[in-house]
Design a protein around this ligand. Structure first.
Ligand SMILES: [Zn+2]
Length: 387
């Protein structure tokens, strides 16, 4: 018993130490994680996008691996899609690997050009039409895109011109032209779809949904039309119908005519990741190999019908360049001709705010729509009828 009495305080001490240790660790609060510095120190700037654009999925370009030679890639890039050297900031060529680095995406060139695997939907080229078809345009699906909205939207989209008692709305004129052109093309065997058939927007959004009305009529509306074309209509070509005009408040004395295809991306446009991606998608799909001869045929037919002088952009313009030395054919990067994933012919004839046009529109408007429609139809038939 004696020995027992002596050891008791030590026993209490032996019991106390582990309990105290557990309590000590329990009351310790976990230390905060170290601050995440990766956001501030990342060397990659956040990606820059065009208005209302979503970041692109670069893996969609994988199907173009080893389908194009470096020579053809550079030729298209430098004669259609760019006018200066700003692309070198985003695309670097690796001669030893026969490839190009475009951000995180690497494109491998082939030694010779292979048939391109097509755009996001397989539009038909003129070589793919049945050579024994009944009518010149049998088997061809044409989408007509009447430019702008017109009607009550003409003012907000800045496409309404008033002179004395004349009111000219571009969106109304383009719709009339589309409705005149559609039956002419159908009679030649084509399937024809109008992207818009009323004086109403395709987008469910309105100007009040945005900080600036421009985002409604110039971005949201065109993106809605692109979704309709690329996901539902999926045509073999799109004709964007427009009437040219100037900013002058008093009428011009003369008119002119030109056609735009997609191209001439500026340094500022290439800085947008979505625009770089879309440029490459068009370039690699070889859209311009169909688009350019089609545009030339339509331009030649239009000249035969109208004899309007060609419109000339300035040689120093950073946003446009002439194509194939054709007097009426120019490349510009517009949202519609960039997003629609098939050949796109963007028509820019007449001058709406000119004396001759105002007079003609007042006297016989149907004559203008008929002339425009027959000229475009003739150009399409010529293109798809040639071997
Ligand atoms: Zn227009």
């Amino acid at each position: 018993m004696h020995s027992k009495k002596l050891t008791t305080p030590f026993r209490w001490l032996l019991l106390f130490i582990p309990i105290a240790t557990i309590i000590f660790f329990l009351i310790q609060r976990p230390s905060p994680p170290p601050p995440d510095l990766s956001i501030k120190t990342s060397p990659t700037p956040p990606s820059s996008l065009a208005d209302l654009a979503l970041p692109p999925d670069w893996s969609l370009l994988e199907r173009f691996q080893k389908t194009i030679s470096q020579k053809t890639f550079l030729k298209r890039l430098q004669t259609i899609y760019t006018k200066d050297h700003s692309w070198k900031k985003w695309i670097s060529l690796d001669e030893s690997e026969n490839s190009a680095s475009i951000g995180t995406f690497t494109l491998h060139f082939s030694d010779s050009d292979q048939p391109p695997p097509g755009a996001i939907f397989p539009w038909k080229s003129r070589h793919q039409l049945d050579p024994h078809r009944a009518l010149p345009l049998s088997g061809l699906h044409i989408a007509l895109d009447p430019g702008h909205i017109g009607g009550e939207f003409a003012q907000i989209e800045d496409r309404e011109y008033r002179w004395k008692d004349h009111v000219i709305r571009e969106g109304n004129l383009t719709l009339k032209t589309a409705k005149t052109l559609a039956p002419i093309l159908r009679k030649q065997g084509a399937k024809v779809t109008l992207v818009r058939s009323e004086l109403q927007p395709v987008t469910p959004k309105r100007a009040s949904d945005f900080a600036h009305p421009r985002l409604f009529y110039r971005s949201s509306e065109i993106r809605a039309r692109a979704a309709l074309i690329n996901q539902e209509i999926q045509p073999d070509l799109v004709i964007c119908l427009h009437f040219n005009g100037t900013a002058s408040q008093t009428p011009e004395n003369s008119q002119n005519f030109h056609i735009l295809i997609n191209g001439t991306y500026t340094a500022g446009e290439l800085a947008h990741e979505d625009e770089r991606f879309q440029m490459l998608q068009r370039l690699l799909a070889g859209t311009a190999t169909e688009e350019i001869p089609l545009a030339q045929n339509i331009a030649d037919a239009f000249n035969d019908y109208t004899r309007l002088p060609p419109y000339q952009y300035s040689k120093t313009s950073r946003t446009s360049q002439n194509i194939n030395k054709h007097p009426n054919l120019w490349a510009r990067n517009l949202l519609a001709n960039r997003l629609y994933q098939c050949p796109v012919i963007f028509m820019e004839p007449y001058i709406m705010n000119s004396h001759p046009f105002i007079k003609r529109l007042a006297e016989n408007p149907q004559e203008i729509f008929s002339e425009y429609a027959h000229a475009v139809a003739e150009g399409i038939i010529r293109h798809y009828s040639r071997p």
